[in-house]
Design a protein around this ligand. Structure first.
Ligand code: ADP
Ligand code: ASP
Ligand code: MG
Length: 404
């Protein structure tokens, strides 16, 4: 049996008209000899009735600090509604579709509510359905713990469901259907002349996703990479071939982002706060500060430790809590709100002189203040004020000639 996993994101299942396009994609896969396993996200985006953001809002209206477990129970409903509607649509079009929750599809997770990790997948039920010629329609984003608790896999986690099922079923291909024609050199909502990438390595797309390109969940890429199953990101709304994610880029060693492109894409992460601590004993202060952050479950990024100052960034929603903890330790803390991280990712930038100079030139020419920078072999990131975020992405995209 040649299994294909086809995942359809929120906008791809949002209306009856679009769901007919989904039926066509599934029928085409069947005509090509595949046995499709369909995965769906909750219908629509923020503001729409059954979207995940809407469900979160409903729960938070009752209690803005509602427990993670209870939040998972309401988030679970979005994919349930979507999968029932999609299975019904397929049945109306002559397919023998069977709706499955994450648990019914055998996806077992830990109980880290809101961000559960898949521990194992029992694929027997899906295999049985496929052998009977049925088309499973699985709720993305969901799992079940050994104790029977319902969990979710982290925002954007339907991609993870698709990859994990692909891995467990030894699928030939995993298709991620969305509202853009593939992975692009930047978010097209910000850069209108962003270009589609025909092909990209797992490791490079992982970097892009970790640095904010939310077109695919980084965990989904990691899982597909472990089993070397090709992933294709493509549009439900067109017949464009999409972006193939695989190992084929020249010189790809699998571990790091590798291609011969100096710059592959520009990404951004908003809602970041910068913490600055003045100190005359940076080693001792950084030990205490980072230990406190770790004990409070706060992850830190963009770390700079200098003799007179420690700087790092955290997510803005935990900034007040982090500042309080640091003040309690007696530190002099300056918290800068409304920041954003903008990154250029490219496997070919290692050991190429002048990349940082170009990066800084693009920003300074546009009067963008740099609050902090950090670089690795395959990326350069900068912290800017959120108000400068779009301008920074556009300037860097242009400077690195990504639309050519
Ligand atoms: P879905 O619901 O289909 O999973 P998402 O909203 O999660 O859709 O992801 C698709 C969106 O990702 C696109 O509409 C686009 O605005 C955004 N995006 C961000 N960065 C990129 C990028 N580099 N390439 C393509 N799309 C991107
Ligand atoms: N519906 C979930 C979310 O909005 C999962 C997904 O769409 O991938 O995060
Ligand atoms: Mg998504």
């Amino acid at each position: 049996m040649r299994i294909i996993v086809q995942k359809f994101g929120g906008t791809s299942v949002a209306s009856p008209e679009v769901r007919q396009l989904v039926v066509k994609k599934i029928n085409r896969a069947k005509e090509q000899g595949y046995a499709p396993v369909v995965v769906v996200s909750a219908m629509g985006r923020k503001g729409e009735s059954y979207a995940t953001d809407t469900l979160i809002e409903v729960a938070r209206t009752a209690n803005k600090n509602i427990a993670a477990r209870e939040l998972d129970q309401i988030m679970y409903c979005g994919e349930m509604i979507s999968a029932v509607v999609m299975a019904g649509t397929l049945q109306a079009n002559g397919l023998d579709a069977v709706m499955l929750t994450g648990g019914q599809a055998g996806i077992m997770t830990d109980t880290n509510f809101n961000n559960a990790r898949i521990m194992k997948i029992d694929s027997a039920h899906i295999i049985r359905l496929l052998k009977q010629g049925k088309t499973p329609v699985v709720c993305g984003f969901q799992g079940m713990s050994a104790e029977g608790e319902l969990t979710t896999l982290g925002r954007g986690g339907s991609d993870t469901t698709a990859s994990a099922l692909g891995g467990a079923l030894n699928a030939e291909l995993i298709e991620i259907y969305t509202d853009v024609d593939g992975i692009m050199t930047a978010d097209p909502r910000i850069v209108s002349n962003a270009k589609i990438l025909d092909c990209i390595s797992y490791s490079e797309v992982c970097q892009l996703a970790h640095q904010g390109a939310k077109v695919i969940h980084p965990r989904a890429v990691e899982i597909a990479m472990q089993k070397s199953i090709p992933l294709v990101v493509k549009s439900t709304f067109s017949d464009a071939p999409g972006t193939l994610i695989t190992n084929i880029n020249k010189g790809d060693t699998g571990g790091t982002a590798v291609s011969d492109r100096i710059a592959t894409g520009v990404t951004y992460l908003a809602n970041i706060a910068q913490i600055k601590i003045a100190t005359n004993n940076a080693s001792d202060a950084s030990f205490k500060a980072f230990k406190t952050m770790a004990e409070s479950g706060i992850s830190v990024d963009l770390i700079n430790v200098n003799p007179g100052q420690i700087m790092f960034t955290i997510s803005e929603d935990v900034a007040d809590r982090a500042t309080d903890k640091l003040l309690q330790l007696g530190f002099k803390v300056d918290t800068v709100y409304d920041c954003a991280k903008v990154s250029v990712v490219g496997g070919g930038m290692r050991e190429v002189p002048g990349v940082m100079a170009n990066f800084v030139e693009a920003l300074s020419k546009n009067n963008i203040q740099i609050l902090q920078t950090v670089d690795s072999h395959t990326s350069i990131s900068v912290l800017v004020k959120k108000a400068d975020m779009h301008k920074s992405v556009t300037a860097l995209h242009e400077k690195f000639s990504l639309s050519n």
